[in-house]
Design a protein around this ligand. Structure first.
Ligand code: SAM
Ligand code: SF4
Length: 437
C-alpha cells in the first residue's frame, strides 16, 4: 500500500476535493445588466496577447452513462441539423465582435457531450466553419471528442486524413463487468479497437478513465491503467464524483449500488495511478491529465488562466471565459436554440470577477498544476502573493503541499493529491469551509 509521499503521510485533509472554486457551479444567473456589460466587453480589443481555444460543444449522446453529470440530450430527442444551425449562428455572433476579431486561436476542439454522434462530414464542416470565421495560428490543433460507440472506423479514418491531431474519448474503465454496471454502451474490446486504429493513423489519443467507482477493485483499476499505457494513450484520470440527480446517485440511495470507497481508498487509487504512469514516463499536467506528449505540457489556453480566454459555445457548455468573465450556456437544447434564433447569446449564468476575485482565481493555477508567477502577480495586483495570502501559504508550505521561491509558487508531489483542496484555501466562498475539512 502506498500511504506516504516523499516520507510525508498522504492524509493532509479529511476529504478530498476534486474540483476548484470559481467554476460554473457558483456562477449567478444572468442578469440584464451583466449581459449588457458582457456585450460591451466583447466590443473591446483583446489586449491579453494570449492564445485561445475555440470549443464548440455538441452536448448530445447516444446513451447515458449512469455517473455522468454533463447536461446532455439523447440522440433520439435531438435534431442534429437545427442544432448545428444554431451552433453556427452562436459562433457567428461571437465572430462579429471586436474582442474575437482581435483574438488568435491555437486550438479548435469539438467538445461536449459526444460530437462523434455527428457524421465525419458534419464534424469537418463545423471545424471549417470555425476556421473561416476566427483567426488561427498556422500550426493550430484540432481535437475531436467522442465515445467509442459512435467513433466508427470510417469517422476515425476521415478525421485522421483531414488532419485532426487528437481524439478524446471517454473510456472510463476497460473492465467489462464495470462497463455493464455503469451503462457504458459497448465492450472494452471496442474501445481498444478504436484507440488502436487512431494511433495507427498517427493521431494522439486521450482517454478519460474513472477511479473509485462502486465495486471497482484495485486489480481492475491497475488493469485499466496497464492497458492504457500499453496502448500508448494520454489519460485524464478522474475521481468519481457522485452528483445528485444522476442515475448512479439514485441507485446508491436505493441500495442498488454500493457507495464508492472512502477518502483513503480514493487516495490509494490515485497514488497507484500516479506511480504507474510516472514510472512509464508520463507527466502530470493540467486538471487531471497524465501525458507523454510534449505539446500538452505547454498548452497555451491552460497556461494563460485566468487572464486569457476560451470561447465555448453550444447547449450546456460551462467552461467559457473571457478574462474576468466566466459563463455557461442554457442546458436545454430547445431553449438554447430558441435563444440563439431570437438573436441572443444563449448564456444562462455569468460571473464577473472583481480585481480581488481575480487575485484569488490566480491561485487556482495550483489546481491546474501550473506555477503562480510572482512577478506577474505583482504586476497585476501591486503586491506579492505572500502579502495577500500569508497565513494560507505558510500553512500549506508547512504541510509540505507547496514550495515557494523568489520566482514562483508550485505544488509539491504531495500537493498534487490535494490540489483541489489547496485551491479552496484561497477562495472567499461559503463552500470553502466544507472543502477544507
Ligand atoms: C463530456 S465527457 C467527454 C467524453 C465522451 N462524452 C465520452 O464519455 O465518451 C467528459 C468526461 O467526464 C467524466 N465524468 C462524467 N461524469 C463524471 C463523474 N460523475 N465523476 C467524474 N468524472 C465524470 C467522464 O470520464 C467523461 O468521459
Ligand atoms: S460520459 Fe460522455 S457519453 Fe457518457 S453520458 Fe456523459 S457525456 Fe455522454
Amino acid at each position: 500500500m502506498i500511504n506516504s509521499v516523499n516520507g510525508k503521510q498522504s492524509g493532509a485533509y479529511e476529504l478530498r476535493t476534486n474540483w476548484p472554486p470559481y467554476t460554473y457551479r457558483d456562477y449567478p444567473d444572468i442578469a440584464p445588466e451583466t449581459y449588457k456589460a458582457f456585450l460591451e466587453f466583447l466590443e473591446t480589443e483583446n489586449t491579453s496577447k494570449k492564445l485561445m481555444e475555440l470549443q464548440p460543444w455538441v452536448s448530445i449522446c447516444d446513451s447515458k452513462c449512469s455517473f455522468c453529470y454533463f447536461p446532455t440530450t439523447a440522440t433520439s430527442k435531438a435534431h442534429l441539423e437545427p442544432y448545428l444551425a444554431a451552433l453556427k449562428k452562436e459562433l457567428d455572433m461571437y465572430s462579429k465582435t471586436k474582442y474575437l476579431q482581435t483574438s488568435l486561436f491555437d486550438e479548435i476542439v469539438l467538445g461536449g457531450g459526444t460530437p462523434s454522434v455527428l457524421s465525419a462530414d458534419q464534424m469537418i464542416d463545423l471545424i471549417e466553419y470555425c476556421k473561416a470565421r476566427f483567426n488561427t495560428v498556422d500550426d493550430y490543433f484540432i481535437k475531436v471528442t467522442g465515445s467509442s460507440k459512435s467513433f466508427d472506423q470510417h469517422k476515425i479514418v476521415k478525421l485522421a486524413e483531414y488532419g485532426a491531431f487528437q481524439m478524446d474519448m471517454g473510456a472510463q474503465t476497460l473492465d467489462n463487468n464495470l462497463r455493464k454496471a455503469f451503462c457504458l454502451p459497448d465492450p472494452a474490446e471496442h474501445v481498444i479497437e478504436a484507440i488502436k486504429l487512431a494511433r495507427k493513423l498517427g493521431m494522439c489519443v486521450c482517454v478519460d478513465i474513472l477511479y473509485n467507482l462502486p465495486g471497482q477493485t484495485m486489480e481492475s483499476w491497475v488493469d485499466t491503467l496497464k492497458k492504457c499505457i500499453e496502448l500508448d494513450v494520454e489519460v485524464d484520470v478522474y475521481a468519481l464524483e457522485v452528483v445528485p440527480g444522476t442515475i448512479l446517485d439514485r441507485q446508491i440511495k436505493e441500495g442498488k449500488m454500493p457507495p464508492p470507497g472512502d477518502v483513503d481508498y480514493e487516495t490509494q487509487m490515485y497514488l497507484t495511478a500516479y506511480k504507474m504512469l510516472t514510472d512509464a514516463g508520463y507527466k502530470a499536467v493540467g486538471h487531471d491529465r497524465f501525458s507523454r506528449e510534449p505539446w500538452h505540457f505547454k498548452e497555451s489556453c491552460l497556461n494563460g488562466w485566468p487572464f486569457a480566454a476560451q470561447l465555448t459555445t453550444g447547449a450546456g457548455c460551462f467552461m467559457g471565459y473571457f478574462e474576468r468573465y466566466s459563463y455557461s450556456n442554457l442546458e436545454d437544447i430547445n431553449e438554447y436554440m430558441a435563444a440563439v434564433n431570437a438573436g441572443r447569446l444563449p448564456i444562462n449564468r455569468i460571473s464577473e470577477s472583481t480585481p480581488e476575485e481575480m487575485m484569488r482565481k490566480v491561485m487556482t493555477r495550483l489546481y491546474l498544476r501550473l506555477p503562480v508567477d510572482k512577478v506577474e502577480f505583482r504586476e497585476k495586483f501591486g503586491k506579492n502573493p505572500e502579502d495577500a495570502f500569508g497565513p494560507q501559504l505558510e500553512r500549506l508550505v508547512e504541510k509540505g503541499l507547496l514550495t515557494i521561491d523568489d520566482k514562483e509558487i508550485k505544488i509539491t508531489k504531495l500537493g498534487d493529491i490535494w490540489k483541489g483542496n489547496i485551491a479552496w484555501e484561497f477562495a472567499d466562498n461559503p463552500r470553502a469551509k466544507n472543502m477544507l475539512k
